[in-house]
Design a protein around this ligand. Structure first.
Ligand code: OGA
Ligand code: MN
Length: 305
């Protein structure tokens, strides 16, 4: 069977004028060729988020597709993923298919995903793209379960001038271990896991050499909340101001899941979070492949060649 769309260029529909596009006629497990990958790269650069509808993927075919965009990250905690270390189980369901208790660490991590973040900001080179495939989603009329995105290019542009100036020299601390400060019930990391990911800092204003040095705002709420060089109190106040500021819907894209959606986003310019749902009542199971970053986060004072 050869899909009749296989040699056609990809058709897409924009979701909002600033963020997101939907592709209906592409099968990520079989339609991969240089021309289409190039088209997808151009689309993601322009719209930051793509939803590929009606996919039929497993761990291997998801990872194979994700590898078209670069090297893949491995899960930061040892031996937590059963087969492929590059698969992140984004689920309140175990890899054996059991619906987990609300206090299971794997579910607590899902709750932490409801804080605005980008993937692996705790790395010196944070993730480039994430690809998330929805195997089990919430029933139609239930509350929550959407994945929401915030366009940080727009968020930067709209900042008051004084705030742009205030943020210019500042960095936030990002630390994998500090997820435990927000979620104290999580089990301790091993020494090796901690040493693998020492705290890093990233500029609050991010420079994009691939976008003519355009700036975006960059902070997260799911690891450390400290701002380097400020007192803890002052840093938290600034962080809260930023969190409140990006709640403005004009920066957002909300993805309502359909079964077998594959979504892909650019972590350099979007923050994301899951809208909380009833974790004990509903099952939600997704798998994620993550494309490694290829540069550090550049800031206003970086020397960029
Ligand atoms: C992730 C994530 C959000 C969601 O997989 O990185 O944050 O909607 N997921 O599950
Ligand atoms: Mn995430």
């Amino acid at each position: 069977f050869i899909s009749k769309d296989r040699n056609m260029t990809i058709k897409f529909e924009d979701i909002t004028d600033h963020t997101g596009t939907i592709i209906n006629n592409f099968d990520a497990s079989r339609d991969v060729n240089d021309e289409k990958i190039l088209q997808i790269k151009e689309l993601i650069q322009k719209k930051h988020f793509i939803c590929f509808r009606n996919q039929n993927l497993n761990e291997d075919t998801l990872l194979n597709f994700a590898r078209q965009f670069g090297t893949l990250e491995s899960y930061p905690e040892k031996d937590k993923t059963k087969k492929n270390v590059q698969i992140f189980n984004v689920a309140n369901v175990s890899s054996e298919g059991d619906h987990l208790n609300e206090d299971d660490p794997r579910v607590v991590l899902q709750k932490n995903n409801s804080r605005w973040h980008t993937d692996s900001s705790y790395r010196f080179y944070p993730a480039l793209f994430s690809l998330l495939y929805g195997k089990e989603i919430l029933p139609k009329k239930s509350v929550g379960g959407q994945t929401q995105f915030c366009n940080m290019l727009l968020a930067y542009d709209d900042l008051p001038k004084e705030m742009k100036e205030k943020l210019q020299p500042l960095h936030q601390v990002h630390s994998y271990n500090d997820i435990r400060r927000l979620e104290p019930s999580l089990p301790e990391l091993s020494i090796e896991e901690k040493q693998g990911f020492p705290p890093v800092t990233h500029p609050l204003i991010r420079i994009h050499p691939d976008r003519n040095m355009t700036k975006s705002l960059f902070f997260t709420s799911n690891t450390s909340l400290e701002i380097g060089g400020m007192s803890f109190k002052e840093g938290k106040e600034l962080h809260s101001w930023l969190v409140n500021y990006i709640e403005n819907k004009k920066f957002h894209l909300t993805h309502d899941w359909q079964i077998n959606d594959l979504i892909m986003w650019d972590n350099r310019v979007l923050l994301h979070r899951v809208i909380p749902y009833d974790y004990s009542k509903f099952r939600r199971a997704m798998i994620r492949g993550t494309v490694e970053g290829i540069t550090p986060v550049y800031g206003p004072y970086s020397q960029i060649n």
